[in-house]
Design a protein around this ligand. Structure first.
Ligand SMILES: NC(=O)c1ccc[n+]([C@@H]2O[C@H](COP(=O)([O-])OP(=O)(O)OC[C@H]3O[C@@H](n4cnc5c(N)ncnc54)[C@H](O)[C@@H]3O)[C@@H](O)[C@H]2O)c1
Length: 255
């Protein structure tokens, strides 16, 4: 590993990337790419849907790629991730790939209208109920949307590349937002929240961690009192210790 670490962040003008940049700009050498170069002086304009020589060159000179570029068009999202995996695999340096997935890749496991998740939604669940409702990374993919299914494909593709020698960490992010009314608009948001502070801390832990596993899947949320995703794997892999609690935010149950 070089010191400071050279890290390529895709989707650098986006929401989560903003926190990754904040977390890492002092300790790492960052290269930022996005569709346009308006938001950041050092942002390289690169369309990741195109499997380009520029992407190959960037991958070959970095230790880690934090892939956060995202498009609501699932085919674009898939194309970008495929290109990132392929370029990283081609590079002699084999940079590790931190692939953005989502809790929605396993969103089929919970239904806020049914128990035990209804009690969790209403912040009435007992410790025992919470323990039984916790979704671990050992559960098979179970998407609740086309979005979740496309993230599932990216996870499986990562497993394939890991078997070929790439180090891949799949991160199933919880809900990151700038809009605090999400706690009112989104049922159960207090259970899946990933606060700004914890997001920053998460990326700091990520680059400090000595990861030996070829392939890992972790959930990344805050330490929500009524959380439903197991943070144990992120704690073990990255020494990530979340601190914020979505249940302390204002929330009205509309169901
Ligand atoms: N925000 C959340 O709550 C959340 C939750 C779970 C998972 N995620 C996942 O995390 C990742 C980042 O999410 P976000 O909310 O920061 O996304 P975002 O939409 O804020 O940012 C995505 C960035 O990707 C860039 N981009 C789009 N197409 C591109 C292309 N062809 N080439 C290069 N760059 C391109 C956009 O310009 C944008 O700046 C996504 O994969 C998303 O699915 C986000």
């Amino acid at each position: 590993m070089t010191d400071p670490r050279k890290i390529l962040i895709t989707g650098a003008s986006g929401l989560i990337a903003g926190f990754a940049i904040k977390a890492l700009k002092e300790s790492c050498e960052l290269t930022l790419v996005d569709l346009d170069d308006t938001a950041f002086v050092d942002c390289i304009a690169l369309d990741l849907r195109i499997d380009s020589q520029t992407l190959d060159d960037l991958c070959s000179t970095h230790d880690m790629i934090i892939h956060l570029a995202f498009s609501k068009d699932h085919t674009d999202d898939i194309k970008m991730a495929e290109n990132v995996y392929r370029a990283a695999m081609k590079a002699d340096s084999k940079p590790s790939v931190i692939m953005a997935s989502s809790i929605h890749a396993v969103g089929g496991y919970w239904d806020w209208q049914k128990e035990p998740y209804r009690s969790i939604l209403n912040k009435q669940a007992s410790a025992e109920t919470l323990k039984n409702a916790l979704i671990g990374i050992d559960r098979p993919l179970y998407p609740n949307s086309v979005y979740g299914a496309s993230k599932g494909y990216l996870e499986l593709l990562g497993k394939h590349y890991a078997d070929q020698g790439l180090q891949v960490v799949v991160v199933r992010y919880g809900g990151v937002t700038h809009e605090l009314d999400f706690f009112e608009k989104e049922p159960g948001f207090h259970s899946i929240w990933f606060s700004h502070g914890d997001t920053i801390h998460f990326f700091q832990c990520l680059v400090k961690a000595e990861i030996t596993q070829q392939y890992s899947v972790i959930f990344a949320t805050s330490k929500n009192r009524f959380g439903i995703h197991d943070l144990g794997p992120a704690e073990q892999l990255l020494n990530y210790t979340a601190s914020d609690d979505g249940s302390e935010q204002d929330y009205k149950n509309e169901l």
